[in-house]
Design a protein around this ligand. Structure first.
Ligand SMILES: Nc1ncnc2c1ncn2[C@@H]1O[C@H](COP(=O)(O)OP(=O)(O)OP(=O)(O)O)[C@@H](O)[C@H]1O
Ligand SMILES: [Mg+2]
Length: 495
C-alpha cells in the first residue's frame, strides 16, 4: 500500500491571526503535492505543525491512516517526517558532515565515529553531484550550498514524508536540477513529498497536484495536468494579473552616468567594468556563485576592493564602510534577509525606518508621527500582511520579511541615487512580484539608477534595460533587453 498523509480540519491561532483555518486534504506516496498561496497564506505554518515544531489549535493529521501528534521535531523525524525550512537552520561553525547528521551522529565506543560520519556524508554529497567537501565548515559555504546541506540533512534521515519550503529560493540552475533529480528518485521510492514554491515554472516541473491556500483557508486543489498559470494566479490572488512584463510602464529617459566601475578587482571579482545611468535598470544575470553579490558588496564597501575605480556622479569614491556608501546615496537591499539586515526581534516599524533614524530626529527626540508614516508607507507599498506595524519581524511569514527589507531600503526619506536590489523577489508571491517589477521601473523613472540581481533569468530580461552576465567573478557579456534571450544569457553564464 502506498504511504498516505492526511490533514483533517487543521486550524492554528496566533494572537490576532488565524494562520490556518479548517484545512483538510490528503496526499499519497510517489507524488509531489505543491502547496501554493500568497505570502502569509499559511504554508509554512502547516509544515511546522507536521514537523512537530508547533502545535495546531484544531484538527488532526494522519500518517498511513494513523493519527499522529508530534510533541517535538525529534519525534517527527523518528516517525519519518523531514521538513526543510524556508529559513536555514545550520550550525555555521560545524562541518558539512556534522550538520547533515546533527542529532544523529554515528557513534563508536564512547565517541563519534568520525570516519563513518565523513564517509557517509561524502556519499550523499556525491549522490547530489555537488562539488563540496564534507569537512568544510558550513560558515564558509555560499547561501546556495548551505541550502543544499539542509536538503541533504533531510534526505540522510531516509524519511517517508519530505517537505520542501521554498528550497530553490537561493539556488540556481545547476543545484536546482540536482534537487529535481533527487526529488524524482524520492518519488520512485514511494515517498510523500510536499513542495512549497512561489516559482510557477517549478511547480509545473515537479508537482503532480496542487493545493492552494489563501489567508489560512483552503481554496482549491487540482492536478497539474488541469492547472494553468492563469488558473493558479486567480486562485491564489483572487484576480487576474495579466501579462506582467508586457504591462510594465518603463522609464525610457536616462540621465547622466550615476555610477561607473572601472577594472574592479578583489578576491571574488575580476576586472569588472560597468556603467549605470540615472533612470536605467541594469540587470546582473548569472549562475549562483557567478560573483554578482560579491560585485555589489564591493561597490557598497561591504567587501574590500583591491584595485580599480568606483566613480559616483563623476567623482571617484573610496568608501571605508557601507555607512559611507549609504551617506553618498547608495542603498543595497541584500539577498539574505536573515544574515544581513533584518533584525528579527524588532518590529516592522523599527526595521523599516532603521537607515533614516537621523532624518527622523526632532531635537533630541524621534518624530514618532513621521516614523509611523514611513512604516505605513512600506506596509502599503509592498502589501505586507500584518495586523500591526508593531509586529516583530520574527512573527512574519518568509515573504513578508523580505518585503520589510525592501520597504526599508526604498522608503521616501532615503536620498538614494543608486539602488541595488539583490534577489528582491526571492520568496515573494506572484501578485507582489508584479508590483515589485513596476516599482523598480517607477524608482528608475525618478532618476535613480537601479542594479537588479536575479537568478530567475526571465525576470532579468523582463525588467532590466541593460543586462550584464557574470561568470566566475567576471563580466562575460552585455545585452540590451531587446536582444536578450534565456539561451544567450545561459551561454554567457557558462562561458
Ligand atoms: N510566531 C508567530 N506569531 C504570530 N503570527 C505568526 C507567527 N508565525 C506566523 N504567523 C502568522 O501566520 C500567518 C501565516 O504565516 P506563514 O509563515 O505560514 O505563511 P506562508 O504561507 O509560509 O508565507 P510565505 O510565502 O511568505 O512564506 C501570517 O499571517 C504570519 O504573520
Ligand atoms: Mg513560508
Amino acid at each position: 500500500m502506498a504511504h498516505s498523509l492526511e490533514f483533517k480540519n487543521i486550524g492554528k491561532l496566533y494572537p490576532g491571526v488565524k494562520a490556518l483555518d479548517d484545512i483538510s486534504f490528503r496526499t499519497e506516496g510517489g507524488k509531489v503535492l505543491a502547496l501554493m498561496g500568497e505570502n502569509g497564506a499559511g504554508k509554512s505554518t502547516l509544515l511546522k505543525i507536521l514537523a512537530g515544531d508547533i502545535k495546531q489549535s484544531e484538527g488532526i493529521y494522519l500518517l498511513d491512516g494513523k493519527e499522529q501528534d508530534f510533541k517535538n521535531p525529534h519525534e517527527a523525524i523518528l516517525a519519518g517526517v523531514s521538513v526543510i525550512y524556508q529559513e536555514r537552520q545550520m550550525i555555521p561553525a560545524l562541518s558539512v558532515a556534522e550538520n547533515i547528521y546533527a542529532g544523529f551522529l554515528p557513534k563508536k565506543g564512547g565517541g563519534i565515529d568520525r570516519k563513518t560520519l565523513y564517509a557517509n556524508a561524502q556519499k550523499i554529497i556525491d549522490k547530489f553531484g555537488l562539488h563540496m567537501d564534507a569537512h568544510t565548515k558550513v560558515a564558509r559555504l555560499s547561501v546556495a550550498y548551505q541550502q543544499m546541506v539542509e536538503i541533504m540533512k533531510a534526505y540522510s534521515r531516509n524519511p517517508t514524508v519530505i517537505c520542501f519550503d521554498e528550497p530553490t529560493a537561493s539556488l540556481s540552475d545547476a543545484e536546482i536540477s540536482a534537487l529535481f533529480r533527487i526529488i524524482s528518485e524520492l518519488k520512485e521510492e514511494g515517498k510523500i513529498i510536499l513542495y512549497v514554491s512561489h516559482r510557477m515554472a517549478e511547480i509545473f516541473q515537479v508537482a503532480d497536484s496542487i493545493v492552494v491556500l489563501k489567508d489560512g483557508k483552503y481554496v482549491t486543489s487540482m492536478d497539474v495536468a488541469d492547472a494553468s498559470e492563469e488558473k493558479l494566479i486567480r486562485a491564489m490572488v483572487g484576480r487576474d494579473i495579466g501579462d506582467t512584463y508586457a504591462n510594465l510602464k518603463r522609464n525610457d529617459k536616462y540621465g547622466d552616468v550615476v555610477l561607473e566601475v572601472k577594472n574592479l578587482n578583489n578576491a571574488k571579482v575580476h576586472d569588472v567594468s560597468l556603467t549605470i545611468r540615472r533612470g536605467e535598470v541594469v540587470g546582473l544575470a548569472g549562475l549562483v556563485g557567478a560573483g554578482r553579490t560579491e560585485l555589489v558588496r564591493a561597490i557598497f564597501a561591504a567587501d574590500k576592493v583591491t584595485s580599480g575605480e568606483i566613480i559616483l556622479d563623476g567623482q571617484p569614491v573610496h568608501f571605508k564602510s557601507p555607512h559611507d556608501a549609504i551617506k553618498a546615496g547608495i542603498a543595497l537591499c541584500p539577498e539574505d534577509r536573515k544574515e544581513q539586515g533584518l533584525v528579527l526581534f524588532r518590529s516592522i516599524r523599527e526595521n523599516t525606518t532603521m537607515p533614516v533614524l537621523s532624518e527622523l530626529k526632532k531635537g533630541a527626540f524621534l518624530d514618532k508621527k513621521k516614523e509611523k508614516e514611513i512604516a505605513q508607507e512600506a506596509i502599503e507599498k509592498y502589501d505586507i500582511r500584518t495586523d500591526t506595524m508593531e509586529k516583530l519581524t520574527t512573527q512574519l511569514s518568509g515573504g513578508n520579511q523580505q518585503k520589510v527589507i525592501l520597504g526599508r531600503w526604498t522608503n521616501s526619506l532615503m536620498k538614494t541615487k543608486l539602488l541595488i536590489l539583490d534577489e528582491p523577489t526571492k520568496g515573494i508571491d506572484v501578485g507582489t512580484k508584479a508590483e515589485i517589477y513596476q516599482m523598480v521601473c517607477d524608482i528608475a523613472s525618478q532618476g535613480i539608477g537601479v542594479i537588479f540581481i536575479s537568478s530567475e533569468t526571465p525576470e532579468v530580461i523582463g525588467v532590466a534595460d541593460t543586462i550584464y552576465v557574470m561568470h566566475n567573478g567576471r563580466i562575460t557579456g552585455q545585452l540590451k533587453r531587446e536582444e536578450a534571450t534565456e539561451e544567450k544569457i545561459l551561454a554567457l553564464a557558462m562561458d
